[in-house]
Design a protein around this ligand. Structure first.
Ligand SMILES: Nc1nc2c(ncn2[C@@H]2O[C@H](COP(=O)(O)OP(=O)(O)O)[C@@H](O)[C@H]2O)c(=O)[nH]1
Ligand SMILES: [Mg+2]
Length: 311
């Protein structure tokens, strides 16, 4: 399946919700109060959040007050351009770092958000692109976590540094960094334990991991990415806020967009925190982690061909 098909398949639920609201107003030259409510509800249902929903409504109302503006898919175009504007600058890109010390990418997030799976998929993606990767299994909290990661790594031919169950996560990170340095790996990916963002002791463990890494490399981890389940709605935003405040995030990976998710949560997180989105999880296969693309995202949510806006 091509990249765009994956986006499209993954985001089909959100797309269907938006489509039904747009179908309702298709070909209309004026909108009723009920039409506006239907549009508002669709944007809410897709987890775009209140601010973005309000912006969309405001622009749709404005457009509907202008003659001819609603013809030829006008409402779709208005909504799409509002989202496009909010998402401008949101694409994170991981640059190739050959020949320097390992770039550390630390994946953090609550339990079950997809960190371990993302770690493996990302390792696969990076090696496929011709860079070398080392993985640190820093989730020493759950007994099965290291096994899960090793299982993936075997399948994808990736190297993992791990510790004993219950050992110090920061020590594993330190060892993994040493290994990555010795093997001249381009990237070191750190899988960490799932933690409740309200639990301070687990946050302290992350802070320690960072401190210990910095003994080796003051700039590490160069990337601190939150892995957030895209189907958790507004909860994802509150998680992101707390992790950002405590840990200083500089990237997002939004997973499970192929599940029950309606796809809008990433807009509300980006809008609020301005943290670039690097990858989307669009399924459970190794190549289901895809670089985030605003264009593909919007094309998947608003699948109809675009007509020019009669501005
Ligand atoms: N459908 C789907 N499932 C995912 C995705 N990412 C992770 N998962 C599943 O979510 C569950 C939890 O993932 P895991 O990586 O163990 O989460 P962790 O606790 O954050 O390490 C696993 O069953 C994964 O297969 C995704 O993008 N799509
Ligand atoms: Mg895990």
């Amino acid at each position: 399946m091509g990249i765009f098909s994956k986006f499209k398949t993954g985001l089909k639920r959100g797309s269907a919700v938006l489509q039904s609201a747009f179908d309702r107003v298709a070909g209309r030259t004026a909108l009723t109060g009920e039409d506006l409510i239907a549009i508002e509800e669709a944007f809410y249902a897709c987890d775009f959040g209140p601010d973005t929903t309000e912006d969309v409504l405001k622009e749709v109302k404005l457009a509907s007050s202008r003659p001819n503006h609603l013809e030829e898919g006008g409402v779709v175009n208005v909504a799409r351009s509002v989202l496009g504007e909010i998402l401008s600058g949101s694409e994170g890109t991981l640059e190739s770092k050959k020949g320097e010390s390992p770039q550390v990418i630390c994946l953090i997030g609550v339990n079950g958000s997809g960190k371990t799976t993302t770690c493996a998929k990302l390792g696969h993606l990076i090696t496929q692109a011709g860079n070398s990767v080392m993985i640190g299994a820093c989730d020493t909290f759950r007994a099965a976590a290291t096994e899960q990661l090793k299982h993936w790594a075997n399948r994808l031919n990736l190297e993992v540094v791990s510790g004993h169950h219950g050992s110090d996560a920061a020590a594993v990170a330190f060892d993994a960094y040493s290994s990555a340095l010795a093997k001249k790996s381009d990237y070191l990916l750190l899988d960490t334990a799932g933690r409740l963002h309200v639990k301070d002791n687990l946050m302290d463990e992350l802070a320690k991991l960072k401190r210990v890494l910095q003994k080796k490399e003051p700039l590490a981890p160069q990337h601190s990415w939150l892995v957030v389940d895209g189907s958790t709605g507004t909860n994802g935003l509150s998680q992101a806020k707390v992790f950002h405040e405590k840990f200083g995030l500089n990237g997002l990976v939004v997973t499970k967009l192929d599940g029950t998710s309606k796809g809008g949560a990433l807009v509300s997180i980006y809008r609020e925190l301005g943290i670039p989105i690097f990858y989307l999880g669009l399924g459970e296969q190794p190549d289901d982690l895809q670089p985030f693309s605003v264009q593909s995202y919007l094309d998947s949510l608003f699948p109809k061909p675009l007509e020019a806006i009669n501005a």
